[in-house]
Design a protein around this ligand. Structure first.
Ligand code: SAH
Length: 237
């Protein structure tokens, strides 16, 4: 039998989350000393010397948001002063802890809610969970989102799970978002625009009466590229 006959293949495009290890490991320099001698200063390698793939962290938890994205979200949180942040996609949990700590530093009373169909990879220690709650739900089954009603506003809703996104966006508009609340699509817009531009344009345009793109934040980082949307005032029917 060939190896491939015995293998049970995972669908890697569905295995969201960067890599296979949700735990953060500090960079290890394998090919150079950490203390580089200054009399050889001009011979020092300029590359990182380790994989930069997993280096973003918050207090020892992997955080899949790069520094530009962190800066943009900091500005949005400071401007909006959200009372609820919902993030689809928990993975190691670093971004939940980061949002919680950020809002606490700003003196805000913000509940951070992390949603995932697989919460087993969350690395936040039990005694570090204040103002963070984890909820199991599957983006492909919108009935599992019913538990999210009656949340405090202003509210930021971030899609970082990238499954069934536009049906979730419609559900959020209909059931969750008040005027001024945010719906953010992380990472995916440039890819969808590259591979399915007509669908993307058509889907986004169908939300024109209920959402606008906030141009202060929509161009701030590649991860947020044209994916930051704000709930417009509700119109009387
Ligand atoms: N927000 C995190 C990273 C999330 S990674 C950060 O910034 O650090 C994406 C997560 O989406 C994974 O944990 C994966 O389990 C989850 N996910 C993928 N498909 C999903 C689905 N259909 N429903 C719920 N969660 C899903």
């Amino acid at each position: 039998m060939n190896d491939y006959s015995a293998e049970e293949f995972l669908d890697l495009s569905k295995f969201s989350g960067l890599g296979e290890d949700p735990a953060y490991h500090p960079p290890v320099l394998s090919d150079r000393p950490r203390d580089w001698p200054l009399d050889q200063w001009d011979e020092a390698p300029r590359d990182l010397g380790y994989s930069d793939f997993s280096r973003y962290q918050w207090r020892g938890l992997r955080l899949l948001k790069d520094p530009d994205t962190q800066a943009a979200l900091h500005d949005l949180v400071f401007e909006l002063k959200p009372r609820t942040i919902v993030e689809l996609g928990v993975y190691g949990g670093g971004s939940l802890a980061w949002f919680r700590d950020l809002t606490r530093l700003m003196g805000l009373d913000t509940q951070v809610i992390g949603i995932d169909r697989d919460l087993s990879r969350c690395q936040i220690p039990q005694d570090e969970m204040h103002n963070i709650s984890l909820r199991e739900a599957d983006c492909n089954d919108l009935s599992t989102f019913e538990q999210l009603k009656d949340l405090a506003h202003p509210l930021i809703f971030i899609d970082d799970a990238h499954a069934n996104t536009f049906n979730i966006m419609r559900w959020a508009v209909d059931h969750l978002l008040d005027e001024g609340d945010y719906f953010i699509i992380e990472d995916m817009i440039p890819y969808w625009y590259r591979y399915s531009p007509q669908h993307l344009i058509q889907y986004l345009s169908s939300f024109r009466d209920v959402l606008s793109m906030d141009m202060v934040y929509a161009n701030t980082s590649p991860q947020l590229d044209r994916g930051v949307f704000r709930r417009l005032p509700k119109k009387d029917r």
